[in-house]
Design a protein around this ligand. Structure first.
Ligand SMILES: [Zn+2]
Length: 316
């Protein structure tokens, strides 16, 4: 009798372990939409536990919410690249794509690369599903918070943006993908208020956007021309200040994607992200100064450089 109970106990323990293990695997593969930052951290912890040799936690720094901004360092190659999602707290679909990409990298790191993945930059906004980030009783748009040649709403009035800027400097980040929702498009500098939107590297940027969108078929092009002009963004800052190959993903078709829409966003963007980082240059761009002239956005709309509908459209 005692023996039988013991056996049943062992059997149920085995079933329980299998069950828990099955749930953990399903969470990575199905990419269930996280409801808050604690759940994102739990997802990252699962990856670290499953792939301890490939993925480790790192701390970016303290955010104005009081929480520490964390990410995963995946792989051990000499070229250091970066993925950052959810500058805008309501754009939770971008966090899901970052999670899916982190899972892909943890299982199979990029050759010769270390990729840092930050699934949520704006923790306070993410937990409230709000675009802006609060600090000292005010709120700021995190992706207008960097210095830039044509202006900024900051700079660095948020701890998150300051910590990210310091990180790309200290780590020597070469290429980055910032994930937002939605348009859909994959775009490149310059994205600021100017008619002078070319860089000396348009061909490389075009190639990176094209290889990133083989599966998604998203629109590609210059950021200002495809989306709209915005001053003080991470994407222009990283390229302008350091020559980072800086690509902006406006993912999907909604700020409120369903689970099946999220699954599709992950499915069509993870292979493109892998291909983009595989083909990106191994060194930063050398000639990354802005040599153009800044003009105001109303003038740009009036002269047809940007679509007037997008001048005040600050929702992507
Ligand atoms: Zn955004």
């Amino acid at each position: 009798m005692i023996r039988r109970t013991y056996l049943i106990g062992l059997l149920s323990l085995a079933l329980l372990v299998t069950g828990l293990d099955g749930v953990a695997h399903a969470a990575i593969e199905v990419n269930s939409i996280s409801r808050n930052y604690d759940e994102v951290q739990a997802y990252m912890a699962d990856l670290v536990a499953k792939y301890p040799l490939n993925a480790q936690f790192f701390d970016l720094g303290l955010s104005d919410s009081g929480a520490v901004i964390r990410g995963l360092k995946i792989g051990s190659g000499s070229v250091k690249n970066l993925v950052v999602a959810t500058h805008h707290g309501n754009e939770y679909g971008s966090t899901e794509v970052a999670k899916g990409f982190a899972a892909s990298l943890a299982a199979d790191p990029m050759q010769d690369q270390t990729v840092f993945v930050i699934p949520v930059l704006n923790i306070g906004g993410y937990n409230k599903r709000m675009r802006r980030e609060s600090a000292r009783g005010q709120s700021f748009d995190p992706n207008r918070n960097y210095p830039g040649p044509c202006g900024t709403e900051g700079p660095f009035t948020l701890k998150s943006t300051g910590a990210l800027a310091q990180f790309i400097d200290v780590q020597g980040i070469v290429s980055s993908a910032t994930l937002h929702t939605y348009f859909p498009a994959v775009v490149y500098p310059w994205g600021l208020s100017s008619r002078d939107l070319s860089t000396p590297y348009d061909d490389i940027f075009k190639m990176l956007a094209e290889v990133a969108t083989v599966e998604s078929r998203y629109q590609t092009g210059n950021s200002t021309e495809v989306v709209y002009a915005a001053d003080g963004t991470y994407e222009d800052y990283a390229y302008w200040k350091y020559g980072v190959w800086s690509m902006l993903f406006e993912l999907g078709y909604s700020h409120s994607p369903t689970q099946s829409q999220v699954d599709e966003m992950v499915r069509v963007n993870v292979p493109g992200l892998r291909r983009m980082f595989a083909q990106a240059p191994r060194e930063r761009a050398e000639n990354h100064a802005f040599a153009g002239r800044c003009i105001n956005k109303a003038a740009m709309a009036a002269s047809g450089v940007i679509d007037p509908r997008y001048v005040d459209r600050h929702d992507e």
